[in-house]
Write a new protein. Sequence first.
Length: 189
Amino acid sequence: MALRHAVLAALLDEELSGYQVTKSFAAGVANFWHALPQQVYAELARLEKEGLVAGREVVQEGRPNKRLFRVTGEGMAELESFASAAAKPAFLREDLLVQVQAADHLDAGVLVERLTERYAFAEAKAALFEEQLRRMRGGLDEAEFLLRGARVGPYLTCRRGRDFERANRDWCRDVMEVLRARQTAGGGA
């Protein structure tokens, strides 16, 4: 997947400024795609040059003018072409996994500290995703929302982010338990 497809997907529902696209990435797309604000702005410029998005300037009183972008027919065709191609599997690259791989040769106490930090991060992020899911559902329970909700795509990707972070949290807990048990039994570093 290229950044272009994530930006096009972010613009499907409404016209957005570059700032709003960047905010939507931070709030809803960050669980599966990371981009710096300058990358988003550069991609919007490329997409506009290629005719995949159209931008228009909005004059604002007392504030700088802003550009709003929307997906064009060509942009929608690009997104449809992307969606029809087989998805490539993702590969996990994480420093913490390298540290755990070397656990037998490292200070287990320090490694438990790193795992504790990652556990707390995953717990907090999963809670944020859960809150975002509640807001998306409005007053509907999940089953009803999945059947009748206005936009199920962002909901499903947010749910994947929550589940990913829950899995990270649970893995950290399990690894910490193993390392602590090995320290107690005298079998760990």
